[in-house]
Ligand binder design. Structure first.
Ligand SMILES: *Cc1c(COP(=O)(O)O)cnc(C)c1O
Ligand SMILES: [Zn+2]
Length: 452
């Protein structure tokens, strides 16, 4: 066995039968009852270190170059995946992303304590790196232990495949990605191509790709990297710890996160749950899950008090990474929302686009999913569900640079169902100084009369 022998984690069935499997076994669902698995940590062992000592340990590591602890994820290794030998970890020092103080955006809506967690400021440009470093590290560990794994595969709405391809390329492990043809951005398609992945572009949507990859990975030599694989959730849950750590261990009042397959909101909940269990915090934040109106199965379920959940066929949304109708992690997500006084709210195409553009005017560069979360923030502040004095964090899930089609379309006014209130087109002009001066001063004059 590699890893930290002091600590122990296993896969455990969450459907009530409590079957356990070692983390180096190729297993995605409970073999007894078909239930979802979760990584279960031996919390009693972890309790042997006091809350103060954990905080000191985490503070001493993050941002350093001491392998692998400088990573935002691996700085919390004992809580994430103690099973991996440090030598087998595949890390690009992911995480440790900045909290952006949304000073001007907040001021527009009367908030002074509004923060954006910039998860897109990461190696492949989205929060998917946080989970993928753990999954690929575990695969690498399994290969080193002699398991016959030929490749790692995933279905993706774009960002998971980019992360999988990069981490596999770093480790020298073959990767296969299944993408819905013409439903992801150019940047997202070209990332796995560049990293040498086998890129399968299928005539279906995400849910269709998901069905295919589950078929293919029934062959145990191809390892499944979707978020049904709870190793990824373990890495992603480090954002909760990281946010609280960045506030010097103060817990925010509200956290807003966009969701599609609903792994990330489950991870967020798990991170807070672990900090509560180990006594690092005593207060619970309220968690808000933001969905695109065109792909809103959890919103519908929330409106009927989570009495039942029905998968839907999602409509097309600009927030393409959350265009999912049958989310794998729905049970875990509902559990997290119930534990953290959760709310689900939705945003239309027009609302998400204009919220993103408005935020960009204050220095951000928001992807459409972050736009969904920002639009939900605006709505909930308007409805006074979120108070203006609440310490609020919006999770920005990807970098805007991955979504240039969205940005260009917005400013050209060509996005469907969107009225581009903040379009800003380039001024095209002959290179004549007098003419340039005239146009420029007119424009400055115009801008002095409206809010920019
Ligand atoms: C994957 C992804 C999401 C949704 O996360 P889930 O865990 O599927 O809910 C949101 N935004 C971006 C940019 C993503 O890549
Ligand atoms: Zn079971």
């Amino acid at each position: 066995m590699g890893g930290d022998s002091n600590y122990r984690a296993v896969f455990r069935c969450i459907a009530g039968c409590s079957e356990e499997y070692p983390l180096d076994e190729v297993v995605y669902r409970c073999k007894k009852c078909g239930g979802l698995l979760e990584v279960y940590h031996d919390v009693d062992r972890l309790r042997e270190l006091s809350p103060k000592k954990w905080k000191e340990l985490f503070n001493s590591r993050v941002g350093t170059t001491k392998w692998p602890y400088g990573s935002g994820v691996w700085s919390k290794k004992e809580w994430v995946c103690p099973e991996v030998d440090n030598e087998n970890i595949v890390s690009m020092f992911e995480g440790n992303t900045n909290l952006f103080w949304a000073k001007r955006f907040g001021a527009m809506i009367g908030m002074n304590d509004l923060w954006i967690k910039m998860c897109g400021n990461s190696h492949t440009g989205s929060f998917k790196d946080l989970g993928m470093t753990v999954l690929v590290s575990m695969v690498n560990e399994m290969i080193m232990r002699g398991k016959p794994i030929k490749a790692v595969a995933c279905a993706s709405t774009g960002d998971t495949s980019a992360a999988l391809a990069a981490y596999c390329a770093y480790a020298g492990i073959p990767s296969i990605v299944f993408l819905p043809r013409n439903k992801i951005s150019t940047a997202q398609l070209v990332q796995p191509m560049s990293n040498g992945s086998i890129v399968m572009s299928l005539d279906t949507d995400f849910d269709g790709c998901m069905r295919i990859v589950q078929e293919i990975t029934k062959d145990n030599t191809i390892y499944l990297a979707n978020s049904m694989n709870s190793l990824r959730i373990e890495g992603q849950k480090s954002i909760s710890v990281e946010i609280v750590q960045q506030f010097d261990w103060e817990v925010p009042d509200v956290i807003i996160i966009p969701g599609g397959n609903l792994g990330n909101v489950s991870a967020l909940g798990n991170g807070f749950d672990m900090m509560l269990q180990l006594g690092l915090i005593t207060k619970k934040p309220r968690i808000v899950l933001a969905q695109a109106q065109n792909a809103n199965p959890l919103y519908v379920a929330y409106r009927n008090g989570f009495k039942e959940f029905k998968p839907i066929t999602p409509q097309k949304t600009l927030a393409s990474a959350i265009q999912i109708g049958d989310p794998v992690s729905v049970i875990k997500a509902i559990k997290a929302l119930q534990q953290f006084d959760g709310i689900v709210e939705q945003a239309s195409e027009d609302e998400l686009s204009n919220a993103a553009a408005l935020a960009d005017r204050t220095g951000m560069y928001s992807c459409p999913h972050t736009g969904v979360a920002l639009a939900v923030l605006l709505k909930l502040v308007e409805k006074q569900v979120i108070s203006k004095t609440d310490k609020t964090v919006v999770i920005s899930t990807a970098h805007g640079l991955k979504f240039s089609e969205f940005k260009v379309g917005y400013h050209q006014g060509t996005l469907p169902d969107v009225k581009s209130n903040y379009a800003n087109k380039p001024i095209e002009l002959e290179a004549n100084a007098d003419r340039v001066r005239e146009v420029l001063f007119n424009e400055l004059q115009r801008r002095s009369t409206v809010a920019y």
